[in-house]
Design a protein around this ligand. Structure first.
Ligand code: NAP
Length: 323
């Protein structure tokens, strides 16, 4: 059974790495496919001020480095490759990285979701320098500043309302003449004196020196272009769960998120899920980490209940913290 791993974890954001820490400490020697770009969304975040344990805050990439070190310390094996396809139809789960096949008794899926972007080169250029997709994470940096929120769904309403706690003015820029958000969320925005809605408008370009200074806008009805001075642009145009590589291996909802059947167990026995690839409500580093922990504990108990034979020869507690 040596070529069959106890557990394969796919993803290396807070969910995947917390699963790795827990399963490694349970002596299960997890194999983690971290992706070519490890660390998930926090790798593109600057200061993280809401992750407990860091009273001064911590920059996103540093937090992820800590998590990966912690997982390695307990014996998690980290492979910096993207999983290309899976087959969960048999008792032994199969995972491919290109032509290389890996097998496991169980799997934790923690591939996250990526914020949908407008697709503008300037949006990429100013990412983390005034362009963000998380008001909860970055809103506090905009005290007494002018910010914009792009989108017309519940997320845009929520982000805009949240940002009024800090910003002096919040523009909601929406490409149509009506919101798709629920009425109660819309009303909060429409009745908030700090918020001004700019209807039927799309963003053509993000402009600025080192940080965002203004947006080039186009009215979709008249074609008229204009500049709007803002200090920040928050994207709230939806998320895309990273589930394409799964095909129909597990049940997904109509938006492509992984469905849970029992606690963190997916539609396939022995396959568990943690983090934003399942959760489109909270989407926080701390909630993803919490779900990663839950998936690891559910998996350990499932292995035990099923009497699945696992290799527990890992010498978990003797590893030094890696440099
Ligand atoms: P969403 O409902 O899909 O809304 C996305 C918004 O972004 C839409 O208004 C859409 O415009 C706009 N948009 C999409 N692509 C765009 C583009 N390329 N350029 C400009 N605008 C674009 O996404 P969401 O707001 O993130 O919500 C996702 C789900 O989570 C929903 O089911 C929502 O109800 C739920 N949610 C609930 C809460 C809550 O209850 N507290 C909070 C947040 C989210 P169009 O309208 O023109 O398509």
């Amino acid at each position: 059974m040596s070529d069959i791993h106890n557990v394969i974890i796919i993803g290396s954001g807070p969910a995947g790495l917390t699963s790795a820490i827990y399963t490694a400490r349970a002596n299960l020697k997890p194999l983690v496919f971290a992706g070519l770009e490890f660390g998930g969304q926090l790798m593109t975040t600057t200061e993280v001020e809401n992750f407990p344990g860091f009273p001064e805050g911590i920059v996103g990439p540093e937090l992820m480095q800590h998590m990966i070190k912690q997982a390695k310390r307990f014996g998690a094996e980290i492979v910096h490759q993207n999983v290309s396809k899976v087959d969960f139809s048999g008792e032994v789960k199969r995972v491919w990285v290109g032509a290389d096949e890996y097998k496991a008794r169980s799997v934790i899926l923690a591939t996250g979701a990526s914020p949908r972007k407008l697709g503008l080169p300037s949006e990429q250029e100013f990412w983390g320098k005034g362009v963000s997709s998380c008001a909860t994470c970055d809103g506090a940096f905009y005290r007494d500043k002018v910010v914009s929120v792009i989108g017309g769904g519940d997320s845009a309403m929520e982000e805009a309302t949240f940002l009024t706690r800090f910003a002096s003015k919040v523009y909601v820029i929406h490409r149509r003449g009506e919101f798709r958000a629920s009425k109660i969320m819309q009303d909060r925005v429409l009745n908030n004196p700090k918020i001004q809605v700019i209807w039927n408008t799309e963003v053509l370009e993000v402009k600025g020196q080192d940080v965002v200074g203004s947006l080039r806008l186009k009215n979709t009805e008249t074609g008229e272009e204009s500049d709007l001075a803002v200090d920040g642009m928050f994207l709230a145009i939806g998320h895309i769960p990273n589930t394409k590589f799964l095909g129909d291996a597990v049940e997904l909802d109509d938006q492509g998120y992984i469905v849970v059947k029992d606690k963190t167990h997916t539609s396939v026995e022995g396959v568990f899920v943690g983090g934003d690839v399942n959760d489109h409500r909270y989407r926080q580093a701390i909630t993803a980490a919490g779900m990663g922990c839950m998936a690891a504990i559910d998996l350990e108990r499932w292995l035990e209940e099923k009497g699945v034979e696992v290799d527990t020869t890992a010498d978990t507690y003797t590893n030094p913290v890696p440099a």
